[in-house]
Write a protein that binds this ligand. Sequence first.
Ligand code: SF4
Ligand code: SF4
Length: 302
Amino acid sequence: MSEDLIFDIKRYAINDGPGIRIVIFFKGCNLQCAWCHNPEGISGKIEKMFAPAKCISCGTCVEVCPEKAITLTPEGILTDGDLCTVCGKCAEVCPTKAIEMSGKQMSVSEIMETIEKERIFFDQSGGGVTFSGGEPLVHTKMLIELLDECGRRGIHRAVDTAGNVSSDIILEVAKRTDLFLYDIKMMDSGSHQKWTKAGNGKILANLKAISEIDAHIIIRIPLIGGVNDTYQNIGYTAAYIAGLAGNKKEVHLLPYHNIAQHKYSKLGKLDDFETLRAPDNETLIRAIAKFAAYGIKAEIGG
Ligand code: SF4
Ligand code: SF4
């Protein structure tokens, strides 16, 4: 059975498909959205996260580091990224959790064991498991094994994806998926390239492909002020969705918020929070009306 890198497992989730769910977050994505709420899910490697505000300068991490990568200075600790092998020993001993490692190698059986513990909540609420990321579809082998195993056990399966993979992959996954949570960011491929580091050709083609086999799809549109909340983009998006085949589609609009800012800082990454903002209420109301004009019920959140 396969193993892969998982960066988080969220229990009691209520916004990632029906009922109470467990969400498995794969580490590694083939997009780099400027507004990503899970920046620790972008890299497919284990990463070290550091929160200076939690550090009490005890020096324990300095003592245990086998590579001598950490130095304690009057301003706090400094890590030499060239020496660090992300072994995680410093995180194990840090008393305040100022250091945490993101990414843990897990096997299918380990994940299934974790999922099974939640079964009572699935049964009582009509919930199940949601595979997210990162991008679960780039972890194809492991994802398919997990979907098959959940299918054998009668567990509802949702896949949260941006769909930027080959059509062969998404159609294989679709055979084993009860619900797609499918992101569309924007219709203009040049803008998509600018904001996510990839065009949207495969994404739109794959949405069309799974619509044609009448997959159950919740289309999720992150709305970011100054990026994709223009009337023109919303209109093009509504027209595109209205033209898709299949009857089992809903649209959820996800207004941007900067809740993930602390994660960027822990990873030592630059972010675009200066330029990104939440869409205003008037834009949200106009967006809902625009979808309604195309016969599509759009709701905020979910
Ligand atoms: S992860 Fe390992 S190598 Fe890197 S700083 Fe911590 S203890 Fe040192
Ligand atoms: S072990 Fe944790 S609290 Fe102590 S110096 Fe290192 S990072 Fe700071």
